[in-house]
Design a protein around this ligand. Structure first.
Ligand SMILES: [Zn+2]
Length: 488
């Protein structure tokens, strides 16, 4: 039986049947690439990541019990074997709760992060739980009321008629649109719980520390008040929840919902066929069947897939809103899209291995259509200017070092292609804009994956640790950006 038909067995509204976090192991990494290519409808998380593991190679995925039986029957375990890590349904009893009600009282109360608090105060955070989708809005209103944070509403409403909310954290009293150099987003993949929280609490910390003339502490990292001022002076534009419809759906159903809620391409009776994977919808080699080697699967044309790319580049209001920010704030230079769950900081490019000697091998050159995405070959590698490569990898090393020092988790800096390509992602599209049109600012784009592999619903303790890890990372990222340069 084909895996795509098995996926239909995944229930649409609740985890009624067992959902399993598994890892596939192989001695040869090529065997895992082949596995991904022939099983491209499986849920590999944000993107398939093949990593080294004790002399073997490992690939994480989320599958149903039916799929597990299928693989146990069909896989030659001498080549690729499967191990069950945990049962996500059973584990869910231990996950951090979604907050009830509104802890910010419609915006009368401002959020305050962990960096300005003592660890003895973290327990209250844990019990209040993850921000519900409405609280993301009232938290932002609270920051506006308390500190005068500038809010904005991107122009495109979601399928369910929701407006997104964004903010600009800046040192200047009146925000100048051309003085903002940092851009952060989160919540594009709905199920990646804690993403919006990480971002909102970080901004809350900066604003609180600035007002009270104090520094910040995240685990083993401390930052001075002058670091805080420097971070705000860099000018931070942010959208904490890019995919509010998806987040609401995931929070209401706890069904590991990833995509948005656009039903235009859906098949009636197949609830998982609703929605577009927004992080395959950006205009970066979007039409992957044309641009990539046919043996690779950087996205999917199947609406039932978790990696469904939509009907056109930027077909979705959420991705249009993300892009609109670059038009409004034209001097953004550094971008992070926050995801979970892995423990990596990914930098461009994501379509093939980087090289800096042949500018003709670039994503806009039609001569190389059909050749991209095979990481082990020399037929095509993506061109990157050496200075850009040095800058972005230096930044990734510095930021991951700070996150590791914070004390909780393992983080690895990695070129986004890792060992498997992706098309249509926000980080690569951000970096590619300047390559297409030299009149726009050059942006260094990153994907920060916090947490532990395929663990999208953190426990309460992990939820707290993720805030500490990512907030250290954000702070270090901005300070390093300031050191390398905020202007193009
Ligand atoms: Zn993601």
């Amino acid at each position: 039986m084909k895996v795509s038909t098995l996926l239909g067995l995944l229930p649409g509204t609740a985890l009624a049947s067992d959902v399993l976090s598994v890892a596939f192991f192989a001695k040869e990494k090529n065997h895992l690439y082949d596995f991904i290519s022939t099983n491209n409808e499986i849920d590999y998380g944000c993107r398939p990541v093949v990593m080294a593991a004790d002399g073997e190679h490992k690939l994480h995925a989320i599958i149903s019990e039916e799929q597990l039986h299928h693989f146990k029957r069909s896989l030659n375990s001498d080549v690729v074997r499967i191990e069950t890590l945990h049962n996500l349904n059973k584990r869910q009893t231990a996950t951090a709760p979604i907050g009830k009600g509104d802890r910010f009282k419609g915006g009368k109360v401002a959020p305050r992060g962990l960096g300005t608090r003592k660890p003895s105060e973290y327990a209250a955070f844990q019990s209040a739980g993850i921000l519900n989708a409405d609280e993301v809005y009232t938290a932002m209103k609270g920051l506006e009321k308390e500190y005068g944070l500038t809010l904005f509403t991107p122009p495109h409403k979601t399928f369910e008629g929701t407006s997104l909310i964004g903010g600009v954290a800046s040192k200047a009293e009146k925000v100048k649109k051309d003085k903002q150099h940092i851009y952060f987003t989160s919540g594009i993949h709905a199920r990646e719980r804690g993403g919006p929280d990480n971002l909102i609490y970080f901004i809350s910390d900066l604003l609180y520390a600035n007002e009270h003339r104090i520094g910040l502490t995240y685990g083993n990292n401390t930052y001075s008040n002058s670091d805080v001022k420097k971070a705000l002076a860099a000018g931070i534009v942010f959208i904490p929840m890019l995919n509010p419809d998806g987040v609401r759906h995931d929070q209401a159903n706890s069904n590991l919902w990833r995509k948005n809620r656009n039903p235009a391409s859906a098949t009636p009776g197949k609830p998982r066929s609703v929605g577009v994977d927004l992080n395959r919808n950006f205009d970066f080699l979007w039409n992957f069947t044309k641009h990539f080697d046919p043996s690779t699967s950087p996205a999917s044309t199947d609406p039932s897939s978790e990696a469904f790319y939509g009907t056109a580049p930027f077909s979705e209001p959420e991705t249009q809103n993300m892009a609109w920010v670059y038009d409004e704030y034209p001097n953004i230079r550094w971008y992070i899209d926050l995801h979970s769950a892995a423990g990596t900081l990914l930098y461009s490019w994501g379509d093939d291995i980087n090289q800096s000697h042949d500018p003709k091998q670039n994503l806009f050159n039609p001569e190389y259509d059909g050749k991209r995405g095979i990481v082990d070959d020399e037929l095509y590698r993506e061109y990157i200017d050496q200075e850009d490569w040095d800058n972005i990898s230096y930044q990734a090393n510095r930021t991951t070092a700070a996150m590791i020092k914070a004390g909780g988790s393992v983080f690895e800096p990695q070129q986004a292609v890792g060992l498997y390509p992706t098309s249509g992602a926000s980080d690569d599209w951000s970096f590619s804009r300047w390559h297409k049109n030299k009149k726009v600012n050059k942006v260094y784009g990153y994907t920060l994956e916090f947490g532990y592999p395929t663990n999208f619903y953190p426990t309460s303790a992990e939820f707290i640790q993720n805030i500490i890890d990512t907030n250290s990372g954000f702070m270090e990222f901005i300070l390093t950006a300031d050191e390398i340069g905020l202007k193009g």
